[in-house]
Design a protein around this ligand. Sequence first.
Ligand SMILES: *Cc1c(COP(=O)(O)O)cnc(C)c1O
Length: 394
Amino acid sequence: MSVPFLPFNRPDVSDEEIDEVVAALRSGWTTSGPRAQKLEQQVREYTGAKNALAVNSCTAALHLALAALDIGPGDEVITTPLTFCATVNTILHVGGTPVLVDIGADFNIDPEHIAAAITPRTKAIVPVHMAGLPCDLDAIHALARQHGLAVIEDAAHAIGSSYKGVPIGAGPSDAVAFSFYATKNVSTGEGGMVTSPSLDLHNRMRTLCLHGISRDAWRRYTAEGSWFYDVVASGFKYNLSDIAAASGIHQLRAVDARNARRAEIAQRFDAAFADLDTLELPPRRDDSLHSWHLYILRLNLDRLTIDRGEFYDEMRKREIGCGVHFIPVFLHSYYRETLQLRDNCDKTRAEYPRILSLPLYPSLTDDEIERVIGAVREIATTCRRTHAVGVQAQ
Ligand SMILES: *Cc1c(COP(=O)(O)O)cnc(C)c1O
């Protein structure tokens, strides 16, 4: 008897969200307007951020922040290799030099490795809250203050996370970039948000977000507007449509409940795998709230007869989709050929072959959770080495 395929990800869409999208379409205003403004207000209220700008991706948010901070040719930006390529591409888009430094035990950029990579040319740090687990922001901000560096958080995974009681988005970083991409904890299909404590930086990002035009279209074409506008910079086209924002309004309202369900599933996975010496559970922090965007299992390869690729294939044979987050940036051919590594990133290299992301999303049913658990346990048990690989003499 065959079972239906369980995808790695499945979007959550409520009836309220569908109705809001239809209402946006019927309203006569589909580009950035009242719904994008409402979503910005909701993000300010939800995170406690002073300013929020709705954009059409997290990539756009990162690019805007780097551009508005005047980071450009000759400037070095320190970030993690264990991320999606967008983190590094946006640094290249402004002409900056990405400097990749290794991760720590929490899978996030390691502040000690940041400190070792700082030079007089360093202008910014772009930490990524991997899987939704907050970075050690206190240590990162201490380095930033000491060396006069900007901090732009890649919070693509981290809507709903908080660090020592402070929601991600509300802290002292210059800018925090969220993703509302289809698979993220809040989705508008494509979309994002960038928050900032600085009204000045926010205003610069808002101008650059829409061609460098000094007033946005909403104000130009409504009764209160006038015909005049000025282009004050060569900006980009990164604004979020009201159709997308309509989704976001209801997605954001649901995020706490959905993240709580993610945390519950992560807890069940942890409990189900804790006794297996062939697996290692994802890192946690006692002082912070995890959004559980991803559940990244680590395989103890020296105790298994199969590698990660074969483990993935075994899951596929059981009709379960998994993922790998991420292929380290420096292993992709473009960066291999163009980026010089200052840090060998030994831990990232060691972790990459053994990471596997399991399906983790609120709409997983209890039966589906049991299916994932059953498959992982079966593979991890039947493919366990009966004799441990001998430790080689040094
Ligand atoms: C998804 C993702 C991005 C890019 O988000 P978009 O909204 O698709 O541009 C950036 N960084 C990380 C870590 C991501 O996972």
